[in-house]
Design a protein around this ligand. Structure first.
Ligand SMILES: Nc1ncnc2c1ncn2[C@@H]1O[C@H](COP(=O)(O)OP(=O)(O)OP(=O)(O)O)[C@@H](O)[C@H]1O
Ligand SMILES: [Mg+2]
Length: 270
């Protein structure tokens, strides 16, 4: 896999008259892992779709290695960008192996069938996702976390330069969450991943971009972005942010009505 640079240059996107994203700037340097954070409805999935070239911005543009996404053909895009969507389709009547093989379609000569090397790639990807032996299992029979890992394997056999993942950990148990984030952080591919777990984002992402109401409110290192005041403003939650002896951020949340941190929270949101 090689790695692309992706850059959203002040992109805006609206639905009818309603602005969903405004003046959003985001850069992921080649090989880095960028975490996209923000509350429900802040625009993370919408931004990922713009980065994937699945929707076009109404203003600004998205550049992949300095080429405007809109000028690339769908097949060229599919060879370079893989996306794991927030909700995997539920009405698919395919085996796990067939789902993974979808990721090889952009590389196949038109009208050509599935090749033996593609099957080998797909089997290996399933095994890497911890799903060896699941090749023939029907998609509809898989658990939520198994589907999520099959979908990841489908994205990985695309051997993308840019991997976009929308809440890829939401169905995973803690072991598989940690394995996935470790894999993304150490992958040579450029990764943009949306996450709700701020601790995991801080631990595994090189940079974070925090969205609020369709705008970027902070971008930078995890320590720069995840301050107690900003967590209070954006998530409306009291938080303490500590640094552990080994240099990790650790976030502890105050419970609603908790007096200990109420003063700071009220100051931050007022
Ligand atoms: N096609 C659409 N038509 C109307 N509104 C839309 C459309 N797509 C997104 N929105 C709205 O845009 C806002 C941002 O949605 P988006 O899915 O990008 O949020 P998100 O940050 O991914 O949220 P979540 O954490 O819940 O996944 C939401 O208020 C959503 O309802
Ligand atoms: Mg979303």
């Amino acid at each position: 896999m090689t790695a692309a640079r992706v850059h959203a240059d002040r992109v805006g996107w609206r639905v009818g008259a309603v602005p969903i994203l405004a003046e959003v700037a985001l850069t992921a340097a080649p090989g880095t892992t960028v975490g996209l954070l923000g509350p429900n409805g802040s625009g993370k999935s919408s931004l990922l779709r713009l980065l994937a070239g699945l929707t076009r911005p109404d203003s600004g543009e998205v550049l992949l290695d300095d080429v405007v996404l809109g000028t690339l053909r769908p097949r060229a895009l599919a060879r370079r960008i893989a996306m794991v969507a927030q909700q995997a389709a539920t009405d698919v009547d395919m085996s796990a192996l067939e789902v993974v093989l979808l990721g090889r379609i952009p590389f196949r000569p038109r009208l050509a069938g599935v090749s033996a090397p593609d099957v080998e790639l797909a089997r290996n990807a399933l095994a890497e996702a911890g799903l060896a032996g699941f090749e023939r299992r029907r998609w509809s029979s898989l658990s939520g976390g198994e589907r999520q890992r099959v979908d990841l394997a489908r994205a990985l056999v695309q051997e993308p330069d840019l991997l976009l993942l929308d809440e890829p950990t939401n169905h995973l148990d803690i072991k598989h969450q940690l394995e996935l984030l470790h894999f993304l952080a150490s992958s040579p591919t450029t990764v943009v991943v949306t996450l709700h777990d701020l601790d995991l984002a801080a631990q595994y992402c090189d940079r974070l971009v925090l969205l609020h109401s369709g705008r970027v409110v902070a971008a930078g290192s995890p320590a720069e972005v995840l301050t107690p005041d900003r967590i209070a403003q954006v998530y409306e939650v009291r938080a303490d942010v500590d640094t552990t002896p080994d240099g990790r951020l650790r976030i502890s949340y105050g419970r609603p009505g908790d007096e200990a941190t109420a003063g700071r929270w009220e100051k931050a949101v007022s």
